[in-house]
Design a protein around this ligand. Structure first.
Ligand code: COS
Length: 383
């Protein structure tokens, strides 16, 4: 089990104070207006959080993966939209450049991302390539010193505000998933445009848009990693991203439990605090147990990743269990708050709306079960 060191405790305290002071007060408003809280990101850049897990030489804060996940959890407690956009920036857009980029690409693209001078976005999914990400239709054709990209991407977090995009495209159709590559696209590239912003159930302050590529010409050197290895790269990126999604689920659920505990101590019905009814005590106890079970799974996945061990199954298990747990816990939080739980002022209905995304993004619950089963098959003898 992971033991937090002084740095981790300091990170949690610092981010918690920041979130209480800056993020929490606008959380209701940004959800209501479906407004991206750019000010949160500017302030986080000031605290050097936008490149938290990357080395200082690339503009990062040099924190470890544990601290990064602590930041995510604390952000998600008060504004899950901010946490989601933050994780898309760090884990989905910046990490692939750090993991697979050349030194030149790191200096040119990772440094401004990590310093928070520009926001990052990751374009993988398409209208007909969601769970089946190998079904990518977007193409990248070599043309002298350029790649010419054509196609579109759907449900892309941060696109409206991002300046740097990591995208996937087919470079050799006949090779199927082994013919997909990753590319870095700058926002102002001719032929590239960000389309309509989607209206969503939850995570409403985290912008989601469509990307269009119409003979978009990018320099040859913007291929990210090796040719035709894009599929493998993003599966690796998603393993880590799924841990972050699980962490956000825990953040949301912990806040839902805290609100519910407080509410049960003040709300009176039948001449007593509702928390004195054993029915409610059981609900609250169950919520706490589920959160602890999710925490055990998530921190186990983090521990394995930190130790450079295989963690694909643990990441999928953590994501699956924690996101479903967050849906159950936030549903019960609404129930405990009764009529007040159903109105926006008390926020728990937002927690539930936000939690739903976590069962879908970075691989649905069904895909996580597929991944878990396949990992089990590989190692039946060890069961
Ligand atoms: N590190 C290194 N390599 C990895 C890896 C990792 N963490 N994870 C996978 N790979 C490699 C595999 O080893 C395999 O390599 P070889 O081809 O050399 O054997 C390759 O990547 C492909 O992996 P796999 O065979 O498991 O891929 P599948 O096509 O069978 O995967 C599923 C199928 C459905 C599991 C996969 O497409 C998936 O996760 N889909 C969901 C996509 C998703 O989450 N979309 C939402 C995006 S929101 S940003």
């Amino acid at each position: 089990m992971i033991k937090f060191n002084e740095e981790h405790l300091l990170v949690r305290q610092t981010i918690r104070e920041f979130v209480e002071k800056e993020v929490a007060p606008i959380a209701i408003e940004v959800d209501e207006n479906e407004r991206f809280p750019l000010e949160n990101f500017k302030k986080m850049a000031g605290l050097n959080l936008l490149g938290a897990p990357f080395p200082e030489v690339y503009g990062g804060a040099g924190l470890d993966y544990i601290s990064y996940n602590i930041i995510l959890e604390e952000l998600a407690r008060r504004c899950a939209s901010t946490a989601l956009s933050y994780s898309a920036h760090v884990s989905l857009a910046s990490s692939p450049i750090y993991e697979f980029g050349t030194e030149e690409q790191k200096l040119k693209y990772l440094v401004p991302l990590a310093k928070g001078e520009v926001l990052g976005s990751f374009g993988l999914s398409e209208a007909n390539a969601g769970s089946d990400a190998s079904g990518t239709q977007t193409t990248a054709a070599a043309d002298g010193q350029f790649w010419i990209i054509n196609g579109s991407k759907n449900w892309i977090t941060n696109a409206e505000y991002a300046g740097i995009f990591i995208i996937t495209a087919v470079t050799e159709r006949s090779r199927g998933a082994k013919g997909i590559s990753s590319f870095i696209v700058e926002r102002n590239t001719p032929g590239f445009s960000v389309g309509k912003k989607e209206k969503k159930l939850g995570m409403r302050a985290s912008p989601t848009s469509v990307l269009h590529f119409d003979n978009c010409r990018i320099p040859k050197e913007n291929l990210l990693g090796k040719l035709n290895e894009g599929y493998k790269q993003f599966l690796q990126t998603l393993d880590s991203g799924r841990v972050g999604i699980a962490m956000q689920a825990i953040g949301i659920a912990r806040e839902a439990l805290k609100r519910s505990m407080h509410y049960a101590q003040i709300r009176e019905q039948f001449n007593q605090k509702i928390g004195e009814f054993q029915g409610l005590q059981f609900m609250l106890a169950d919520m706490a147990v589920k959160i602890r079970a999710a925490e055990a799974l998530v921190w186990r996945a983090i521990e394995l990743r930190v130790e450079n061990k295989k963690y694909k199954m643990e990441a999928a298990a953590a994501k699956l269990y924690a996101s479903e747990m967050a849906m159950e816990v936030t549903k019960d939080a609404i129930q405990i708050h009764g009529g007040n739980g159903y109105i926006r002022e008390y926020e728990v209905e937002r927690f539930w709306r936000d939690a739903k995304l976590l069962e879908i993004g970075e691989g649905t619950s069904q895909i996580q079960r597929v991944v878990i089963y396949r990992e089990l098959l590989k190692d039946i003898e060890k069961l």
